[in-house]
Design a protein around this ligand. Structure first.
Ligand code: FNR
Length: 182
């Protein structure tokens, strides 16, 4: 059976380059992963007062994370950190105390920006957060400098070098996830 991969995109923007990258990765990894996209744009801003009667979107988020064999986070960098919308989702799924949905989940991290070191600073921060929450951040480091024509309308990566690099990233992650599941 294929590994269930929950994909979290750190940008909620309609034309997000990170969403495009995530769609391309979902397609590229389709032989080993069964991907599903996790929605984060309808979550309320985290407030502990809301935990007494948790809003449905926050429960849906937890269900989707818990149902996955592995997590892929594809995120932009906002002011040298992760976007607030992504942190909000991470916080919601980590709660309530003692019921952290990220626990034991292998997590791979990547991201794209227009800049040369595309999202490296945000990714390092994200790795620390997810190591603390999940315990298993796996897969290599991939920083994508996004160019307009890198991904076509069919979610195909047009640059052969980038394509094979990303395929290696996904294959490596799949092998680790497989070993953890064994
Ligand atoms: C940015 N951007 C950005 N890029 C980067 O490489 N490092 C950074 O620290 C930041 N900071 C930042 C802050 C804020 C508030 C915004 C809105 C943007 C630019 C960012 O990489 C660019 O907007 C990407 O297109 C964002 O990715 P999505 O939303 O297209 O997936």
């Amino acid at each position: 059976a294929k590994l269930k991969l929950a994909i979290v995109v750190g940008s909620t923007r309609r034309e997000s380059i990170n969403r495009k990258l995530a769609e391309a990765l979902a397609k590229l990894g389709a032989d080993v992963f069964e991907p599903s996209f996790v929605r984060i744009d309808d979550l309320p801003l985290f407030n502990q007062d809301l935990e007494a009667d948790r809003p449905e979107p926050t429960l849906r988020l937890k269900r989707e994370i818990e149902a996955a064999d592995a997590i892929l986070i594809v995120t932009p960098e906002h002011n040298r950190s992760i976007p607030a919308a992504l942190k909000n989702a991470i916080d919601w799924a980590s709660r309530p105390y003692g019921k952290n949905s990220w626990a034991g989940k292998p997590v791979a991290v990547t991201g794209a920006s227009g800049g040369a070191v595309g999202t490296a600073v945000a990714q390092n921060e994200l790795r620390m957060i997810m190591t603390n929450l999940a315990g298993v951040v796996a897969g290599g480091q991939v920083f994508i400098t996004f160019k307009e024509d890198l991904i076509d309308a069919n979610h195909e990566i047009t640059n052969e070098g980038t394509r094979s690099f990303l395929l290696g990233f996904l294959d490596g992650f799949a092998k680790i996830v497989g070993k953890l599941a064994a």
